[in-house]
Write a protein that binds this ligand. Sequence first.
Ligand SMILES: Cc1cc2nc3c(=O)[nH]c(=O)nc-3n(C[C@H](O)[C@H](O)[C@H](O)COP(=O)(O)OP(=O)(O)OC[C@H]3O[C@@H](n4cnc5c(N)ncnc54)[C@H](O)[C@@H]3O)c2cc1C
Ligand SMILES: Cc1cc2nc3c(=O)[nH]c(=O)nc-3n(C[C@H](O)[C@H](O)[C@H](O)COP(=O)(O)O)c2cc1C
Length: 501
Amino acid sequence: MGSLYISVLAILAWLILCVFMWRLHRAKQQITITKDASTLIVYASQTGNALTIANRCAQALQLSEMSDVLPLNNLTFEHLSQMEKVLFVVSTYGDGEAPDDGNLFNQRLEQALKDEITLKKVNYSVIALGDSSYPDFCAFGHQVNNGLKALKAQPLSELITLDNYDEENTVFSDIVPPWLDINNSEINKTQSSSSYSWQLVEREILNPNCGDEVLVKISLKCLGATPIWQAGDLIDIQPRNSVEVVENWLLKHVFDGSLWLTHQGHQQPLAAWLFERELPEKCHIPVSDLLEHLPYLAKRSYSIASITENKQLELIIRLLKKDDKRFGLASSFLSHHSKVGDLIEGKIRSVKANHIINNTQPIILIGSGSGLAGLKAQIASRTYAQQTLNEKIGAMWLIYGERRNDPQLPINQHLFTLKDTQLDKLSCTYSQGNNYPKYVQDILVSDQYIIKKWLDEGAIIYVCGCLSGMGESVHQTLIDTLGQSTLDALQQEQRYIRDVY
Ligand SMILES: Cc1cc2nc3c(=O)[nH]c(=O)nc-3n(C[C@H](O)[C@H](O)[C@H](O)COP(=O)(O)OP(=O)(O)OC[C@H]3O[C@@H](n4cnc5c(N)ncnc54)[C@H](O)[C@@H]3O)c2cc1C
Ligand SMILES: Cc1cc2nc3c(=O)[nH]c(=O)nc-3n(C[C@H](O)[C@H](O)[C@H](O)COP(=O)(O)O)c2cc1C
């Protein structure tokens, strides 16, 4: 009995020693992962790209995503002047403007210059995201770079510009300044989020017989495990050329589409490869080099109209008609060329700025046309919280504009169903015919006192849809009716969210 007692004691003592040694080892490991406390990453991002890069850089520098990666608007120049190294990752939005979470920069810069603040001790680099199809390519990145120079901060590298950033087709080490020594770091092991194959399961024209401005609802089902997304997130869709376009291009350039080609370990006929590639007017490339030289078609972003719990990913697409009477590539691919059952490649993009943290606050949802997508996702998210999770949710008011005031149209039927089942208030406007109010901004004027009352009760304003036209007019009307400083304050409190494109 005595020897058993001693054995149990010995085993216990040994176990305690093991746990102690393990904790000591862990503590040592944690001590070796010390970070440089005077390094900061600052971002300005409208649709999440700059924030994704900022977070990956934070991992590379072993910084905390929570405390060392901050939106530009949360920083003052006094705070900046305390730092040794700062990496700015900023995109450009609107017409060469700052994203909403960086829109106080120019104002603060002016003040800092007046106050003669200098950033002499600050070493910095700027990564600027943009799209060269806009006239002011990376304009805000240039503004930030010039502002830092004016305050005498020390550049650690040239301004890095990224055109139409696509995470999947970018080697991370190519886009960061050399002082981020990422070769030996954990960052190379970090996977970028992956693309999924989605099956087109349903398509519904929401405004049949309404001319060219077709609005289509499409439902996609993920092959395999469904990824997780939240209301406010986007999907980046890989568009495909139509069969007709590929066949005509092959004929014109006298290539044999049935020729099997191997590229990056995959083998398929040339015609199949070309569905996702740009097909230039002139092409003098030998067939063996084609796949190396023809770039992938640029992905297009779409607001997701559902939530993960709905089990299907819904989109609302406006078929884009271009000046020369052709249709836009991705919108015609999604609304016409692809067939029910076809597979579509798409990658979810999380847009933190669009996530609503507090569902108990009332919400005023404003949008038109395809903007219904982002608004529907917010409605779906609150409805799920209320009906499935039994959470208390704030009131929902949808202010939405479309073209025709015909109650039989599926789009209007959908709106009436939303009103009967989920919304507290619905205000619709129709731009065609002699209707009044014609546009959503007209409601913002006529109902401005009700809007102010909702805001006094803590409401969030969420705008989704086209920036030119609807988004800009809504913004201007809110400045006119609420005042610039109120709108700035709402934006700072994440109570004015613009999911506009
Ligand atoms: C955040 C966001 C959310 C959006 N949500 C929706 C939505 O819910 N519903 C909806 O209908 N639309 C939405 N859009 C618009 C959508 O992404 C497309 O712009 C629209 O469908 C037209 O695309 P298209 O391919 O049909 O037209 P196209 O004219 O073929 O292309 C449109 C755009 O794609 C880009 N592009 C085209 N070719 C190239 C190239 N060679 N290299 C680089 N870029 C190129 C350009 O920016 C161009 O303006 C959203 C856009 C953004 C940015
Ligand atoms: C509505 C809108 C306006 C834009 N305006 C510009 C612009 O004026 N200049 C530019 O270089 N890029 C412009 N862009 C492109 C973005 O900067 C680019 O897509 C970038 O990758 C977005 O990064 P973010 O997701 O961090 O905001 C615009 C994009 C959108 C959606």
